[in-house]
Every structure is written in structure tokens, then in C-alpha cells.
Ligand binder design. Sequence first.
Ligand SMILES: Nc1ncnc2c1ncn2[C@@H]1O[C@H](COP(=O)(O)OP(=O)(O)OP(=O)(O)O)[C@@H](O)[C@H]1O
Ligand SMILES: [Mg+2]
Length: 517
Amino acid sequence: MSEEIICKISNIVKEFPGTTALDHVSFDIKKGEVHAIVGENGAGKSTLMNILSGVYPPTEGTVSFMGKECHFANPNEAERAGIAMIHQELSLATSMTAAENVYMNRMPVNKLGIIDYRKMNADCKDLLKKFGVEYISPKTIVRNLSVSEQQLLEIGKAMSHNAKMLIMDEPTSSLTDREVKFLLSIVCQLRQDGVSVLYISHKLEEILTIADTITVLRDGHHISTEPAKDMTEHKMVSMMVGREFESAHRRDFIKDYSNLKPVLSVRNMYNMSGKVNNVSFDLYPGEVLGLTGLVGAGRSETLQCIFGANKRKCGNIQINGQDVKIENCDDAIKHGIGMIPEGRKIQGLFLKMNIKENMLVVYQRCAAKGGILKKKALKGLAEEAKKELNVKTPSIEAPITSLSGGNQQKTIVARWLMNSPKILFMDEPTHGIDIGAKNEIYKIIDDLTKKGVSIILISSEMPEVLSLCDRIIFMHHGYERGELLNTEASQEKLMSFTLDSAMTEDERKEREAKNVV
Ligand SMILES: Nc1ncnc2c1ncn2[C@@H]1O[C@H](COP(=O)(O)OP(=O)(O)OP(=O)(O)O)[C@@H](O)[C@H]1O
Ligand SMILES: [Mg+2]
């Protein structure tokens, strides 16, 4: 890293209706440094990055890049100047192929001016290989990729611009540990090549391992910019929240299962696409059951399959010992199951509705059958949820799109809690959520289990799995490969079990032959 300044942010103000998202923010970014930006949900991180990358202009203030004051009219101009951004919300065109997405607006053409698909696909293949995702074919329609695969593709796309400054807005939020490590190695490589990386993440451990410099924002104000070596996690959190911070207590884990009867039993479940392959397990009252595995292990599909959101080929589901028929999500909801899905934009939010409507969607659908709901009572419920989860907005009638990423996620969590489910599936529920709100959600999970609610949790954050789950099941290629009780689990054990469960088919057969599995 040199001392040369590549980007100077001076007195940036950004006003949105009813909100000052940034209030006279100034700091510098050096050439070839990894500069992390941290702050609570709604602190103004994405807004600042959107200004740097030409998504919209600041209300006041200036940005200079490589010695020149810049006024980008759109992201393409910023890209041409050498600033590329990976957005917090996936912004790929889902009905186009991977290659078309990477080379959008700059597809190679032949002498006749016709798009040269062969070259484009070959270039894309090289690029994906460079970023370790060669298993994604350039011709795959993006819709058919999982959320994390889409995220990796988005990273490849941004890298392909040969940017001088790369902005990553929560690039690792839906990646597993192994993929995160890989991404961080790419970031280090970029730093060696003299690229500046602006890195936003709520995973503070990750920030401390990767960043050279850390900037803290709070409520749109610049709080500090200092070398990472002078920071600790505790200091960062205190600056972010503006007070001393207490982390959540640990749960009392279930120690004795002998007298418990399962609330939910799944037997020999397969889905149509082959991603769920003979899954069988039980879930007990008041239990938090963790599903772990690498991306593509079939964890999300398993939950979707039980919930009726993913077509089941066969399999048996029992609730409290009784066979039940769940053909679709409505059936699942009727049986008291709730689901906080992965990837809020794709599966969770209704972008044309406001915050209140997004919160009330399921509640209204269920309650409407029972009687007339008073508008005022509904509004009261939504206000209460806003308060409980600390959703940062001037009004619950504001568009959902005006919320910061983390606050959108809190809205979805609120939606399902409102419906008082007996069984709750949570797929990466703290994805993009700041440390304060994460603790709120951990507390809610603990409270729910004390009331007898059973939870299945998918999380790629090992510490989260360890601090929440009574029992952990490891999945690979759509089937369970083993389980651990919390009392026997540790971070190292989880990691080695996960990798172990991901061994190749040949390795597995070989081990089975030796009878060691
Ligand atoms: N288009 C918009 N219209 C109105 N308000 C907005 C808009 N975009 C952002 N805001 C508001 O500006 C503030 C800062 O939001 P921003 O998205 O920058 O937060 P963030 O730090 O990225 O948070 P997170 O960690 O949740 O992603 C929030 O209060 C948000 O509600
Ligand atoms: Mg953001």
C-alpha cells in the first residue's frame, strides 16, 4: 500500500425525503489499500458507495478520483473512470445468461457488427475460472443459479472491468466460510496489484483480518478513519453504536432428548431437481436445529421442499406424529410453519408495497379467513414490530425500497414473527444485519424456543450456529451426512465435519467400503 491518495471524499451530504443519509462526510482512500466501511444498518454506507459509483449524485460535496473532481451521470461513467461496484442487492438480469450479464453493454461483436457469442462465452469461461467458479457455465440462465452462485458471478463481473477502485457492498453475506476465504484471497491479490478495495461488511472479524484502514459511520456522520491495526472489535462496535455494547447471552441447550417427541418428522424426502436426496430427520419442541454444509448442499432446498415452495418428488412429513399433506406454502402456513427465506429481494420482499404492507402480508392472509381485521389494529401491529426490531425509517408507510439492506431483512423477520408460527424455518436470517439487530434476533430466537417454538436455522456463520443451535446436521449433495449436539461441537469440529461431509463420491465409497463412515 502506498501513501498516494486515489480518492478524496469531501463534505458529502445526501438527503432523501425525511432522511439525511449522509451529513458532511469526508475521508480519503489510499491507492492499493483495503478500506473497510462499517456502521449499523442505515448508517449510510451503501448511500456513500452509490455516490462514488455514479448511481446518484450527492446533494452537496465533492468526490475526486485520481486527482480529478468527478460528476458521474451513471455507473457506466464511473466504470470507465476506473470505479466498479458489487451491489448489496444482487442486480443481475435473471433471464439472461451468465456471460450476457458479465458483458452487458459491452458484448464483443464481429466484423459484421453481430454479437460474437463464441468469444463472449470463452472470455466469460476464463474469467469464471480465474475466480474459482468455473463450474458455472457461461450459458447458464442466471435464474437457475443459487443466491451465492449469483453473488460469485456478480463479483466476477465487477472484477472484469479492471477497476482501479473496487467497491464491495457486503460481498460475503451469503457465502460460506470456504468461499469467503477464497474471496478474501482475491481481495489480497487485488491489493498487491495496486487496486483499492472499499469493503463493507457486518462481519467484523472478517474486517479485522482483511482491512488496512477502517472508517466508521454512524447515522450518516463520519466517526473515524484509522489504521486497522489500531482497532479492535470492541472499539469498532462502540463507535458504531455510540455506546458500550453488551453481546447476547448463550442459550440453555437441550441436553436430554430422551423424553422429547418430535414436532416435525421428515422421512425419505426427495425433490424434483435432485437437490434433495433422501432427507430424513426429526425436529423437537423448543429446539433450534442447524443445517450446515457448503453452498449447493441442498439446505435451502430441503426447507423449501417441506414448506411446499419446492416441488417434492416423494417423502413423508409428520407434524406431532400425524401424517400431513403439504402441497404448497398455504398448507404449510396452515400447519403452523413459517419461513424466512434466503435472499430477501428474490424470495421475500414485495418491492411495490410499503413497509407496513410487507410486514402484514402473511398475517392478513391467514387472519382474513377468521374475521374482519381493523385497519388501525393492523397498523398498531406493524408499529410494534418496527419498534421491537428497531427498523430504521421515518414511517412504516414509506416504500420498502427506501430501507437500507439490513432494515429490509428485519421487515421480513417481523412478518413471520407476527404470525406466531409453531415451527419456524430461518434461512440466513441475519444476512446483512448489524451487530445490534443480530443480538435482537438471537434474543427473539431464544424467547421463541422458551415458548416451545421449534426452529430450523441455516446459517453460514459458524459462531452463530454454535451460539444458537441445540443440534447441528451436516448436509452434502442433498442428504444428511451426520449430526452433532451443541455440547460436542466446536468451531474446528464444525469446519472439519463440513469439509468431511463434502468429500467426493469416490472418497465416500472408498470410506464406506472400509466401514469408517
Ligand atoms: N432511495 C431512498 N429513499 C429514501 N431513503 C433512503 C433511500 N436509500 C437509502 N435511504 C435511507 O438512507 C439511510 C442510509 O441508508 P443506507 O442504505 O446507506 O444504509 P447502510 O449503512 O448501507 O445500511 P445496511 O447495513 O442496512 O445496508 C437509511 O435511513 C435509509 O432508509
Ligand atoms: Mg447497505
